[in-house]
Ligand binder design. Structure first.
Ligand SMILES: [Zn+2]
Length: 233
């Protein structure tokens, strides 16, 4: 996008404030994707200020010694759940991008998280990408990048087959199923780097665990995790 286009877009959003990512009727608050009413139905985490946080605890034993932060806790029927629905099914990558900017601001203010050199979005299958028109995790990643600066590399961790339905699988099978769908391309470019893997929603953690286990063997890589919201899992 050219500077002129970017300026034009910012000017438009200045004149016509954007509508809330959840209710789609009220204008969103400055520096937020939600309106005042919906922002009351949001639960922000303390993950950026507490290193030994609940998310890390939830991943313990599966992803050891990794710094991890999610923006929001799960609230059933809450504003975040509706925003995620817009992002995934209503052609709203801009919401993911804005949430990335929000994440980037919190990341910069965190006194324990390392500012990554590279951000890697969890990939989606090409067929899904064509249907949706974008990878929502990549939109989230570019939002973080815009504020915090690290490059987004979206062609290193790739997904080259659809995941078989996981509903009847146990946790280990589920992990193995996801892991086999992920592959690394030219991973040597990540050697010695601080890398943040980002995902939109974490349910069981199987996806992040599979991505982490693919990336962890890159020489001297330091991995962290960034997530928009936790789900009940
Ligand atoms: Zn609202």
């Amino acid at each position: 996008m050219s500077h002129i286009q970017t300026l034009g877009k910012d000017a438009i959003s200045f004149i016509f404030p954007r509508t809330c990512a959840s209710c789609e009727t009220e204008p969103s608050l400055e520096e937020s994707v939600f309106c005042f009413g919906c922002s009351l139905k949001v639960s922000s985490t303390d993950h950026f200020s507490v290193a030994d946080n609940q998310l890390r605890f939830r991943l313990a034993g599966r992803i050891p010694d990794v710094q991890a932060a999610a923006l929001y806790n799960f609230i059933k029927g809450g504003a975040v759940q509706r925003a995620i629905h817009q992002i995934k099914y209503r052609n709203r990558p801009d919401i993911a991008h804005d949430l990335g900017k929000h994440f980037g601001t919190k990341l910069m203010a965190s006194d324990y998280m390392v500012l990554p050199d590279i951000i890697i979005p969890i990939p989606i299958h090409q067929k899904r990408r064509q249907q949706r028109g974008y990878n929502q995790c990549e939109a989230f990643a570019t939002g973080i990048s815009k504020i915090a600066g690290p490059h987004v590399i979206a062609d290193c961790l790739v997904k080259n087959r659809e995941i078989i339905s996981q509903t009847k699988m146990n946790r280990l099978d589920r992990f193995d199923n996801v892991k086999r769908s992920f592959h690394l391309l030219k991973s040597e470019r990540l050697a010695g780097m601080n890398v943040m893997i980002v995902d939109d929603v974490m349910t069981t953690g199987a996806t992040l665990e599979a991505a982490w286990s693919r990336l962890k063997d890159v020489p001297e890589i330091n991995l962290q995790l960034g997530i928009i919201t936790l789900a009940d899992g």
